[in-house]
Design a protein around this ligand. Structure first.
Ligand code: NAD
Length: 541
């Protein structure tokens, strides 16, 4: 296949300065199709590599990330605006831990599993569950965690034996390209991980190609479009979508800890995290006012600015449209009699797409700021009368990604956690679990479906194959032909024998055994399972 160089490009913009950082190819039909073909060719031999070899490469990749941590953190900060501590901690730690976890555990977690069978009629059979790679996996990712999200998913997919195609966000193409370079430098064969830069149109083309699975992380609108696109080929999809994550604060929550946790959860990454604290329900108690004062005081001290300033706590939003969206939601809430206790305004004077860290009270559940994803540095607070009311309001959402509960009595907090309709509940902390490869990640309702990370994420990247082995000399196959009246009696007897009331079991036994061999063939094959290693048999005409 002849691959032409894409004529068009996309521009990467530093959101703190609005300056161009460079351009990347806008890949189209020809580049995407060529990459898919390469991925399938590479899969032919990559799937046959041992876990040991893959683990060695994954650990080299880990070393490279650690060696280049400063360079990577600066690029991440520049391209999406996050303060450097966040670039190191929330972008690099997850992939690093994933490398170690996979190298140490993947082979064990995906080892063949024997599956004992309960029915005595199946006693001659051995069942094995094998976890095999699927093939080529497409990973379409967003800009808000541009390194951690695609890298963690790609590591898991390739460790299982798949090859992957990553379509990074058009807002973070340079980080996407860097991810591809790192995999090559670590020694992964070309074609195991390929990067397809471009915008939604590139993702659309990719989603219509011959893939074994698509893992999409992004907006609800994008996920919904993707599912429709993938449906023509029945490509299975995992969707990791938006959230409107609630924090419930119980009256005995420690004030300082809770305030610090909520402030970080709402403003880290400038609020642009799928699992940000997007709305807070405080159950009224004697400490409510003190808690709100503490939140406001901490928020007003946060430093808004570019990542180049080491003292910056909160960076810019990603672009003008995101800034406009946040301004609209806050303005609408204020018009509806909500009150900004601190913040509330865009800061165009800072040169980029900045919005002040904002705490709002006087909101109600019907406001957009309490119902729609804000994805900005805004913490709306609603004080409620009871724990039940807090749970009801938290569950009153189209989304179901994560929630947090803040409390002194942990058993009470756990009861609340069990009542929340989400994929993850964190008690007395927030957000951290995405970076932890052992823990499952994924939401319900409009937050998506399918699990990433963890043993469940690994299994999701496998063809879970059942192999049944039968020596053919064991029990007579009572369900095989021929059918007859005695076969019906045998079936009736068998059901009563195994599952009927005690009083019917003896009659069942008589009917079953008495009719079992009536139509049985005279001879049964005698095939033994050999201990010799299997040799491949070719078809013989
Ligand atoms: P987005 O939906 O605009 O884009 C995500 C990716 O999909 C990009 O690479 C984009 O180019 C591509 N894309 C867009 N339309 C497509 C289409 N029709 N077909 C194929 N690909 C298409 O989302 P975004 O603005 O990049 O990310 C922000 C959203 O992602 C927020 O809603 C956030 O909550 C969500 N998010 C969710 C998680 C999670 O784990 N649940 C994590 C991070 C972000």
């Amino acid at each position: 296949m002849v691959v032409t160089k894409p004529a068009e490009t996309i521009e990467s913009i530093n959101p703190a300065t609005k300056q161009s950082l460079g351009r990347a190819p806008l890949m189209g039909e020809s580049e995407v199709n060529a990459a898919v073909e390469i991925a399938w060719k590479t899969f032919e031999h990559w799937q046959l590599t041992s876990y040991n070899k893959r683990a060695k490469l994954v650990l080299k990749f880990r070393q490279l990330i650690a060696n280049k941590a400063d360079e990577l953190a600066s690029l991440i900060s520049e391209e999406v605006g996050k303060p450097l501590p966040e670039a190191y901690l929330s972008e690099l730690c997850g992939p690093l831990d994933t490398c170690v976890w996979l190298a140490e555990n993947c082979e064990r977690l995906l080892a063949d599993q024997p599956m004992p069978l309960a029915n005595p009629l199946l006693s001659s059979k051995q069942s094995i569950i094998a976890f095999e790679p699927l093939g080529v996996v497409g990973i379409i990712s967003p800009w808000n965690y541009p390194f951690a999200i695609p890298t963690m998913t790609a590591l898991m997919a390739i460790m299982v034996g798949n090859t992957v195609l990553i379509k990074p966000s058009e807002k973070s193409p340079l980080i996407g390209i860097k991810i591809g370079e790192l995999f090559l430098e670590a020694g992964f064969p070309p074609g195991v991980v390929q990067i397809l830069t471009g915008d939604g149109s590139t993702g659309k083309i990719l989603s219509r190609t011959n893939l074994s699975k698509l893992i999409f992380t992004g907006s609800v609108e994008g996920g919904s479009a993707l599912m429709a696109q993938a449906s023509a080929r029945l490509t299975p999809v995992t969707l990791e979508l938006g959230g409107k994550d609630a924090a419930i604060v119980l009256p005995d929550a420690p004030i300082d800890w809770t305030a610090r946790g909520l402030v970080w959860g709402a403003f880290t990454n400038a609020g642009q995290a799928c699992a940000s604290v997007e709305r807070v329900y405080i159950v009224k108690g004697k400490n409510t006012d003190k808690l709100i004062d503490s939140i406001v005081s901490m928020t007003s001290k946060l430093k808004l600015g570019p990542a180049t300033d080491a003292m910056t706590d909160v960076g810019p939003l990603i672009d003008q449209s995101q800034l406009d969206h946040v301004v609209r939601q806050v303005d609408e809430a204020v018009l509806g009699e909500a009150k900004c206790l601190t913040g509330g305004h865009a800061r165009t004077d800072l040169g980029g797409f900045f919005f002040e860290p904002t705490v709002i009270t006087g909101v109600n559940q019907q406001m957009k700021i309490m119902r729609e994803e804000t994805f900005g540095p805004v913490m709306p607070i609603l004080v409620v009368d009871s724990e039940d009311q807090a749970v009801e309001l938290a569950n009153d959402s189209e989304y179901g990604l994560t929630a947090t509960v803040w409390a002194g009595k942990l058993n009470r907090a756990e009861c609340v956690a069990r009542d929340l309709n989400v994929g993850t509940v964190l008690i007395n902390d927030c957000l951290f679990s995405h970076a932890t490869p052992q823990l499952p990640w994924g939401g319900i309702k409009k937050s998506g479906f399918g699990k990433g990370h963890s043993i469940f994420g690994l299994q999701d990247l496998c063809n879970i194959k059942h192999i049944s082995i039968d020596a053919a000399g064991g029990a007579h196959r009572v369900w095989w032909y021929p059918y007859s009246k005695s076969k019906i009696k045998m079936a009736q007897g068998g059901i009563q024998l195994l599952h009927g009331k005690l009083t019917k079991r003896t009659a069942g036994l008589v009917n079953f055994v008495g009719n079992m061999f009536t139509d049985a063939p005279k001879q049964v094959a005698q095939i033994k399972k050999s201990d010799e290693p299997a040799e491949k048999t070719d078809n013989q005409d």
